[in-house]
Ligand binder design. Sequence first.
Ligand code: ADP
Ligand code: GLC
Length: 487
Amino acid sequence: MARKLRVLHAAGEAVPLAKTGGLADVVGSLPRALVENNTDARIVIPGYKVALEAAKKLGRVKVHPQQMHIEAGGHVHQVGVAEIILNKVRYYMLVCPELYERDGLYGPVPNEDYDDNARRYSVFAKAVLALPTFIKWVPHIIHAHDWQAGLIPPLLERGFGNDLPATRCVFSIHNIAYQGTMWHFDMKLAGLDWALFNHMQLEHNGQFNYLKAGVVFADRVTTVSRRYADEILTPEFGAGLEEVLQHHHYKVSGIHNGIDTQVWDPENDPEIAMPFSAKDLSGKKDCALALRKELGLVTDTKACLVGVISRLVEQKGLDLVLETVEPYVLSGRMQLVVLGSGDPVLEHGFHQLAASHPGWVTFWRGYNEGLSHRIEAGSDIFLMPSRFEPCGLNQMYSMRYGTLPIVRYTGGLADTVTDVLVDNGTGFTFGPADVGYFSSAIDRALGLFEHYPKEWAAAQVRAMAVDNSWQHVSQEYEELYRELVFL
Ligand code: ADP
Ligand code: GLC
């Protein structure tokens, strides 16, 4: 039998302790699947206020009596370690109140950064590398995710983890648009040799770039879908790092995300009005009625119920929704439910749309986990017209709930949704991010929904049958880890 692998996942967030987006879903659920497959996978995140509070509510938290002493730019931070086991996975939280115990994760409000993020995630990287000796558990692999963990590969390679000579590093890019670009003098916090501050290594446009650091120094780089792995080699999607990725192309690969099929399970979801399955979809109608009632939508209608759950940012292409949906609503063919927050201009747009069409459009501003399940369960269609999408999770949650997604053909959306009309698929895809193409995808979807109920139901059953579980996907990571450490 193969020897047991030890893998430490390091990231800025992980469910159920801290989340701003899909990164947290992935970091919280991939290790669980690895553990179920006999890998010793653990997670380390900063000890944010929300994370420490959530942990206390969820179980028994063990606080180590000693502290690690982590130096950054001449100042020594005392970093404690709190630990909890959730769903068989051990989570470590690095406790340093002066750096992490604040109201936000990365900034006081979404889309705003704390001034000292360079220090916060420099200390995080060093503390992650000091952790194995501290807890007397040495991983074969450190799997670092996104810019928040970007300094782990160079620090490890340059011997910061003195006690980790054989540990290898995988770095995953979840979204190349967020790079952690810092002032060049922040190099002092990392304590890395100034000779590395050059265009081939840590420097990018005069700044210290944490994501680039991760790409350049990791043993292997992964991103969250095959298509996105190709896209980021081009200027359109590479966000300025395309040449760096081309240079390191030999070690880059794409593995699309899985989903947590226990948390997202229409047959067993405590958040929804009535369970349902591919064999018996009748409960989905009850979920639709309950959702309409919950949100004050007109119930006496055959209109298609369309859902959106998203961060409201440029990436997600939701301006196209604002520009496109009104005629369908006015003609009584569509009701729209939007859950999300972010860009004030988009928020204002959805408020206006809802105010103009009471009973037909609702906008729930903010973050609401329970409602996100009820929207997936009750909607007929889910919209995801992203301009770019490294992987995307909601299209997969939608498919599992028999809610057919309309997606732009990009990144992980293109890898996970096939078009119903072209090849017996599981949703609807469109090409250019333009109102005309988007409307024609909506026309096709509404046409099928309104006139071909049998074909619609067959597509729902096909969508629900797709296996996007981590059990399936995590094997690709395990193979990659084993290649690196010859286990
Ligand atoms: P991204 O990470 O780019 O935001 P993903 O599709 O990978 O996109 O993941 C988004 C995750 O965040 C999903 O789990 C989605 O359900 C959740 N989410 C986004 N906005 C909200 C919201 N307002 N309320 C509840 N969940 C949300
Ligand atoms: C990022 C991407 C999203 C992806 C998620 C998890 O936030 O925007 O597409 O699904 O990370 O990998």
